[in-house]
Every structure is written in C-alpha cells, then in structure tokens.
Design a protein around this ligand. Structure first.
Ligand code: F6P
Length: 633
C-alpha cells in the first residue's frame, strides 16, 4: 500500500528513478511475493469509501444527477461556447486531442476527475508503475510500461530492477535482427532470410500487425524494409496457413513462433504445421536456422525443438494484449525495419507513459479520455465505440484496440468478485475513413448513438497533389475527418431543411438529430514514434476505465471456457473417427451439439482425400505427415 500511494517520480520511495550506475545485466526474473499481491489488491479494493462498488459513492451519484443537466444540452449549442472549445482540448508531445464534441461541460469534467480521485486512479497508476501484483487473480504485476523504459530507469518488482532484463532482451533482438538483415545469419542452404512469418494469435499477433501496418507505408521505414517481407499467421484455419506461406521459399524464410504461454492450441498447431513445411523442404536440421521463438515459457520452446539460444524471453508481468513493446512486437519489427525503428517506437510509447504517470488529471490525456469513455458507457448508456482513423496505415488499430479494451474491461465483477451494477466495457469496432462512411456511418448518424474516435495526421505518409485539384488527396481525406465530427455533433434540423425547400415527406428522413459525441485525435504524422504514443494512449485509457469501474483489467478468464470445451470436442471427434461411430446421448452433449457434430462427421466422411492436395495446401506441404487421419477417406 505504501508504494502504491507514493508519488511516481518524486518521493524517497521512488519507484522509477534514473539509474546512475551502469547496471550489469542479470537475470532478475522473480515471482510476486504474496504480500505485495495482497497490498496491490488492497489498493484496488479499498478506495471506495462507503461500499465496494464505485456506484455507491457520492461522486458517482453526483454524475448520475448531472446526466439530467447534460440531457438539456445539445452539442450544437455547446460548440458555440468559445471558452468551452478552448478548454476541452489537450496536447502532449505533439498529440492533440479535442473533446469539445463530447457531451460534457467543464462541470462534467470536474465531476469526472472527482470520480477518478474517489476510485483511487492515481494510487492505481502508481501501483502499476511500481510493479505491484495488481493483477491479483493471476498474482502478477502489470508492467508493460517497463518494456519501453529507457535503460537508465529503475523499475523494481519486489526489490529487483527489471529494466536490465528488458534491455538484455532488446540487445539480443538488435544483435539477431542485425545479423539476419545483413546476411550474416543465413538459412540452411546458405541463402539470406528475407521473409519472416510470425505465428501467433491474440496479443501475440494483433499489436505487431497494427504497428507493422502503421509503418509499412511510411517512406523512411519502407526504405529500411526494402527487400524484406513480414507476414503473420494467426488463425488455425488452414486457409490462413496457405495464405501466409503462399509463394514463400522455405530456404529464405524465418519463422518466429510468438506465444506467451507456448500452449495456445491454435498457435502450436500452426507452429507444428509450419515446422513441417520447413522439414519437408529442407530436412530436420534446418529448423534451428529457420525457427525462433518469443515466449515466457522457455522450457516449452526447447521441448518444441527450437534452440533456447534462439528464444527471446519476456515475463509474466507483461499481459499478452499489452506485449507489443516486448520481444513479441520488437523482434518481428526489428527484423523488418531495423532495430532503430523499434527504439523510436519504444520512445514514443514511453513519452506517453511518463505523461500518464506524472501529469495532473486535468492535463492527462489517457486519464481524460478514459473518464470520457466511462461517462459515455456508464452514465450516457452508450454500448459501443467506433475507432475511425482517417489514415489507412492505421487500418489495424481498431482490431488491436478491440482486444486491448474488450479483453481488459469486458468483465461482470469487480476485482474482489462483486457483481457490478453498472455497464462496463464497450463494443469496439472501426474502419479507416473514408471507407467507413460508405458502410456503417448511416447507423452512427441517424441510428444508434455511438461515440466515435476520429484519428487524423497532419502530414500524410504519401503525399499526392494533382494539378488542377483544389486540395491534395490527403486534404480531401482530412476534410472528411473535420466534417464528420461536426455532422455528428451539430446535425441538421427540419427548419434548415425547409429553408432548403426539402419536400415535407422527406424531412423526417433527412433530419439529423446531431448531439452525437466524438473526439478527435491529431498526430503530426504517422511514424514509429507517434505509433508508440498512440498505442500507449489507448492502453492507459483502457486501464483508467478499468480502475474507475473497479475491475481487474489485466486478466481474461472469460476466454477459458470455450478453450476447455474445444478440448473435449477435439477428443470426441478423434475417438468417433477412430471408432467409425457417430455421437449419441451417452456422449453427454446437448442434443443440438450432438446433431451438428454428427452432421459434420458424416459430411467429412463423404469427402475423398485421394491426393494430399485435397486436404491441405499440400502444394505448400508435401509430406506423409500432412495427410488427414486415414479414417476420413
Ligand atoms: O485467448 C486469449 C489469450 O490468452 C490472449 O489473452 C492472448 O493474447 C492470446 O490468447 C494468445 O496467447 P499466447 O501468447 O499465450 O499464445
């Protein structure tokens, strides 16, 4: 508790401080002591005076009352208030945020900041940065910020500085990626490894994919990646294997198996499949040259057959969906773009981390945005949030934030197990503008109220300016960025329509009620540094929401049940095929599942796999081991 309430940078109990000595690298991997876990849980559980749910506090109730005031306002009018527009903007290190189009007044914001104080948000931020085991259901610290901390920082987990461990791995990534990129590390037949396939799913996929997509069209980063390919294989669907390996030559391909646990069923089957692809073409001895791993479970990496020397570690205090700054993202990205690009990315993330940890709430971007989302979800009753980058290179931001936000805050109980009596989490979705405008914006403008995040950049990665056009192509894109936010907020009234001689019958259809909230985030440009800032902004915003709601935003028990049931189905499927039988009620499935499984098994049994190519992309994998179970035929 002491650490948790200690100010992040200032006190004697400094949690992160500048390391004046050149710390020697040592393996300080340590488990949380139960005592610190208890302390962290206490921070998370005891802040709400007067009840275990935040909804029982006066600060929460004041906001509930305040909803009535806000319901009397319209964004059309609020936007006429010059001072409000001035006040509802924030900026940090080039990241500009305008939240004047949220259904808030200065008074709302004061009440929200009071709610944050009542929820112990500051204490929880400090607990996070100080390595407390605040993920109490897994007894783990929550220290993804340590993965981007500069070498000179000290971040202690139970008295041991973890930053040297982080930089130890980063040094190893730099060394390995340099050698692959300069052709010193070659494949089994002596050819340089120009193609990288990353096998991983969820947090071991979405973050790296988001960053790769953000960087690949940046001209300077693209120049660093010249002649190289980076692909991802996530889904266990064999179609994804075919897509990921299509056209690749095993001789020039490096496979990076990314799995925190090294037990995820889909990833391990895909890893075995790709290993077989290499063995079929190059022989068993090729594996050590063509396969490396990123994991916290180095024992299983070694059992899989990957040389532990070629394994890149991370730690259980890095949550999967928060792991892009660890070797999970840094190894693939260093291989593709060079290590310096990764350093820029980490610096950008750290800039936002420091801001989050030290800036007062009223100037704090992640805190303010987290509170606004909390307001929209729990007080204004908005179930969803649209993430709408006006920047094609951010096409994979929404899928990544879907996992970060929905796996973190999609919870029904608080950290102490009390069922919540208020909505938590939101349904995230999104597409880059302007594509989304021609797809689902109809619903956003005239159907459901969905708070939108508009994200734009000032300098495009690719500038096109056609002679004779009144604006450049990027200006055209950004005109929509500005216009959409106002269309949502201001709307269009029947009076305005009448003034335009709109036929009476069409007036209801052409009316836009407006008053639909959005916020706008503008970056100077999209590069490795600003992508790091954006990532950290969203990660911490999600944490703030969870802190206020009293959740454990760092576990994910909700994904377990489906995995367990799939294990049972897998065993049944295997047994029934071997026995040549169908399921019956004695197998213990409900009748619906029993019928569907039987239909599937019958259908499969009718398929004739007379050549391997009917089974799997065996034009990619040509080996006995890739044939289906013989009982299929
Ligand atoms: O299915 C949920 C999950 O556990 C995610 O939290 C995680 O990012 C993903 O699976 C992949 O896990 P791993 O990196 O251990 O393979």
């Amino acid at each position: 508790m002491k650490n948790a309430t200690t100010s992040f940078f200032s006190s004697k109990k400094t949690i992160i401080k500048t390391n004046t000595k050149n710390t020697t690298l040592k393996n300080t991997k340590k488990r949380m002591k139960p005592s610190s876990s208890k302390a962290a849980t206490a921070v998370l559980q005891t802040e709400h005076k007067g009840g275990s749910l935040i909804s029982s506090t006066s600060e929460w109730n004041a906001l509930k009352e305040h909803v009535k005031d806000i319901e009397k306002t319209h964004l059309r009018d609020l936007l006429k208030d010059y001072n409000r527009c001035e006040n509802l903007t924030l900026e940090h290190d080039g990241v500009y945020v305008d939240y004047a189009r949220q259904r808030v007044t200065e008074e709302t914001m004061e009440k929200l900041y009071a709610l944050a104080r009542a929820s112990g948000v500051k204490e929880k931020i400090n607990a996070m940065f100080s390595g407390e085991a605040m993920n109490s259901t897994e007894n783990r610290a929550v220290l993804h910020v340590a993965t981007r901390a500069p070498r000179s920082k000290v971040i202690n987990v139970d008295g041991s500085n973890v930053v040297p461990d982080v930089h130890d791995v980063l040094d190893k990534i730099k060394d390995f990626s340099d050698r692959v990129r300069n052709g010193e590390w070659v494949g089994h037949t002596g050819l340089p490894l120009t193609d990288v396939v990353c096998v991983g799913i969820g947090g071991s996929f979405l973050g790296p994919l988001f960053v790769h997509t953000a960087l690949k069209t940046n001209q300077s980063h693209a120049a660093d990646a010249q002649g190289r390919n980076l692909r991802f294989l996530a889904n266990v669907d064999p179609v994804d294997v075919a897509r990921a390996l299509n056209g690749l030559n095993p001789e020039t391909t490096l496979v990076v198996v990314v799995s925190k646990t090294f037990t995820t069923a889909e990833t391990m089957l895909n890893a075995r499949t790709v290993r077989q692809w290499i063995i079929a073409a190059l022989g068993k001895e090729a594996v050590s040259k063509h396969m490396v791993a990123v994991s916290t479970n180095l024992k299983l990496v070694s059992e899989f057959g990957i040389d532990p020397k070629n394994a890149f570690a991370f730690w259980d205090w890095v949550g999967g969906r928060y792991s892009v700054c660890s070797a999970v993202g840094m190894l693939p990205l260093a291989l593709q773009y060079g290590f310096e690009t990764c350093e820029q990315f980490l610096k950008g993330a750290w800039s936002m981390d420091e801001h989050f940890a030290t800036a007062e709430f009223e100037k704090n971007l992640p805190v303010t945005l987290g509170l606004i989302s909390t307001w929209n979800v729990s007080f204004l009753g908005c179930d969803a949030r649209a993430i709408l980058p006006y920047c094609q290179a951010l096409a994979k931001l929404a899928p990544h934030i879907q996992q970060v936000a929905m796996e973190s805050n999609g919870k029904g109980v608080t950290i102490d197990g009390t069922p919540v009596d208020y909505p938590t989490g939101e349904i995230d979705f999104g597409e880059p503008g302007t594509n989304g405008q021609h797809s689902f914006y109809q619903l956003i403008h005239q159907g459901r109220v969905i708070p939108c995040d508009f994200i734009g950049v000032i300098k495009s990665q690719q500038s096109v300016y056609l002679k004779g056009e009144i604006v450049s192509n990027h200006d055209e894109l950004m005109c929509n960025f500005f216009a959409q936010a106002d269309a949502l907020a201001v709307g269009k009234t029947p009076v305005e329509l009448r003034a335009e001689n709109c036929p009476d019958t069409l007036i209801p259809h052409k009316t836009f009620t407006g008053n639909r909230p959005s916020l706008s985030i503008m970056l100077p440009e999209l590069n490795a540094y600003t992508t790091g800032q954006l990532l950290s902004l969203y990660e911490h915003r999600v944490a703030v929401q969870g802190f206020v709601w009293g959740l454990n935003s760092f576990d994910q028990w909700g994904v377990e049940l489906g995995k367990v049931l799939a294990t049972r189905v897998r065993a049944t499927m295997h047994d029934k095929r071997n026995e040549g039988k169908m399921l019956d009620s004695s197998d213990g499935y409900n009748h619906s599942t029993e019928r569907m499984l039987n239909r599937y098994l019958q259908g499969k049994a009718q398929l004739k796999y007379d050549t391997p190519s009917d089974v799997f992309p065996c034009d990619l994998i040509n080996s006995e081991e890739c044939r289906p179970p013989s009982s299929y035929a």
